[in-house]
Design a protein around this ligand. Structure first.
Ligand SMILES: [Zn+2]
Length: 199
């Protein structure tokens, strides 16, 4: 296997910049053909050792940092004040913490933007754990009891009383959390501890 093959498969034959597929059989001289890009960020520039290489279309390649890398937000998302993705994730890489990535008009738009971002970052930073799912099945009665305490937040407070135990179990059994930027876990394994790494 050549180096291009190695890095191409590690990146799932997708361009790290435009996120579109790269055809491994296409000529390396074709603008849509595969090439290796050197990912140079401020964090990497200071770090010792060779900067990581990523798969890019030849036409997307930054030429070892000669062109500033840019990742676009997709047109279908309704985001206000979108943050520059490379600059924001670069800061997270250097300093950790949190970044505001965008504002959205409503919850549905925010969910769509979060889902896209989590998926996109799973390829941009394969080592980051970007989502957390907690299996709370064993604790569903406690979760239900907690939810009942906030019954006034449900559009119809009687709904909870009408559900069977089986339905309650399904409703409260699995919770999803987005911990959008976490350096804990370091892989895509399902996390079991919501507070892992929180001191
Ligand atoms: Zn590309």
């Amino acid at each position: 296997m050549s180096r291009l093959d190695d890095i191409g498969s590690a990146d799932g034959w997708r361009c790290w910049l435009c996120d579109e597929p790269v055809d491994p059989t296409m000529s390396v001289n074709d603008p849509r053909g595969p090439s290796l890009d050197t990912r140079i960020t401020k964090a990497k520039a200071k770090a010792k050792g060779a900067p990581p290489e990523r798969l890019a279309h030849r036409s997307c390649n930054t030429g070892k940092g000669a062109t500033a890398p840019e990742i676009s937000w997709p047109d279908h998302l309704f985001v206000v004040d979108p943050a520059p993705i490379i600059a924001s994730t670069g800061r997270l890489e250097r300093k950790g913490g949190r970044e505001v990535m965008a504002r959205c008009p409503d919850q549905a738009d925010a969910d769509a933007a979060a889902a896209w971002l989590v998926d996109r970052l799973s390829r941009l930073h394969p080592g980051w754990a970007v989502t957390t799912e907690i299996d709370a099945t064993a604790h569903w009665p406690a979760v239900r009891a907690a939810a009942v305490c906030h019954g006034s937040q449900f559009p119809d407070p009687d709904t909870l009383g009408r559900l069977t135990d089986q339905e309650h179990r399904r409703l409260w059994g699995c919770d999803r959390y987005y911990r959008a930027y976490s350096l804990v876990n370091g892989g895509r394994a399902v996390e079991r501890d919501l507070f892992e790494g929180v001191g």
